[in-house]
Design a protein around this ligand. Structure first.
Ligand code: 13P
Ligand code: SF4
Length: 310
């Protein structure tokens, strides 16, 4: 890419010329968030994808998110700046193994977290996100046994707050599992008024200490509306950009990881760059494609989710 090119202007031009909508997750780098038409968590992004009338959906996020947009919009072109932007949670549930697991629990229905492949969605009854999981679970009769996949941390947290005993698939997010409780406690000594806020993909020990738990959007709303001045944020660092913009007088401290070589950036989310975004809009590639039979099977549980959490 020509280094003198104003990528922000070029992306705005391409959006208009191609009637493209740019959807970005809060974990994208700040430049991408700033040029997006809509920034949101997984639920907000799926809802936007379901209602857009653009011809092209450019998804600045990871593969399962763009795939969900394609499942909802078979006749639109869905672009992802880097096709390798995957997800450790989605990778933790290969469809063939999950099928065997499901077969061992024939009387259970399957609720899957949206962070999974289209194949897992096709094996599920209802999809949920961190923003609506409690509501989705509570929409199922209390005596109906449930398999929850693929995030064991989110599943364990949901079992606790709903009183269910869902069977959990043993998957986890590589970003939300790295926080150190010990370091967070030390940080709290130095910042006694700071509130710990955490995403439910974090491990139980972290969630137990958290003063607020929620999806990315819920964490942002809480941080803006709450009356504390300092927050320790246990989730991916991308969200700090909007927190700082929406609450400029507050201080947001990323929760420290266990190992000082590790960081709270999602390596998959951060594969997307402004340059790759521009190139994918200019050349309309890489594009998400899918077998129609798989798409139709994966659509059903997503539609159920969208109906329940309208
Ligand atoms: P939410 O967008 O639902 O907060 O989930 C966070 C996440 O890890 C997305 O990959
Ligand atoms: Fe997947 Fe975790 Fe990255 Fe989200 S933050 S895309 S759950 S690896």
């Amino acid at each position: 890419v020509d280094p003198t090119l104003d990528l922000f202007r070029e992306i705005e031009r391409l959006k208009k010329e191609k009637n493209a909508v740019l959807l970005a997750h809060y974990y994208q780098e700040p430049d991408i968030q700033d040029v997006a038409d809509y920034i949101g968590d997984s639920l907000g992004l799926a809802q936007q994808a379901a209602k857009t009338d653009a011809d092209i959906i450019v998804f600045a996020g990871v593969h399962f998110m763009a795939e969900t947009a394609k499942i909802l919009n078979p006749h639109k072109k869905v672009l992802l700046p880097d096709l390798k932007a995957g997800c450790s949670l989605a990778d933790s549930a290969p469809a063939a193994l999950f099928k065997q697991f499901k077969a061992k629990h024939p009387d259970h229905i399957v609720i899957s977290y949206i962070n999974c492949t289209a194949e897992i969605k096709a094996l599920s009854d209802i999809i949920c996100t961190s923003g609506n999981a409690k509501q989705i679970i509570e929409s199922v009769p209390a005596d109906q046994p449930i398999i929850f996949a693929p995030d064991k941390n989110l599943g364990g947290y949901l079992n606790k707050i709903t009183g269910r005993n869902m069977v959990l698939w043993n998957g986890a997010c590589m970003v939300h599992e790295i926080f150190s409780l010990e370091k967070i406690k030390k940080l709290k000594v130095r910042h006694p008024h700071a509130k710990l806020i955490a995403h439910p993909e974090c491990e139980e020990a972290i969630l137990r200490e958290a003063e607020f738990i929620g999806s990315t959007t819920q964490l942002l709303k809480f941080a803006v509306q709450d009356d504390a001045k300092e927050y320790i944020v246990a989730t991916e660092t991308g969200i700090l950009h909007q927190m700082q913009q929406d609450a400029p007088t507050k201080t947001f401290i990323p929760a420290p990881p266990d190992n000082s070589c590790a960081c709270n950036d999602c390596p998959h989310m951060k594969l997307n760059t402004l340059e790759k975004l521009y190139l994918c809009m200019e050349y309309e590639t890489p594009e998400i494609t899918m077998e129609e039979e798989l798409r139709v099977a994966a659509l059903k549980p997503i539609e159920r989710m969208l109906e329940i959490s309208r």
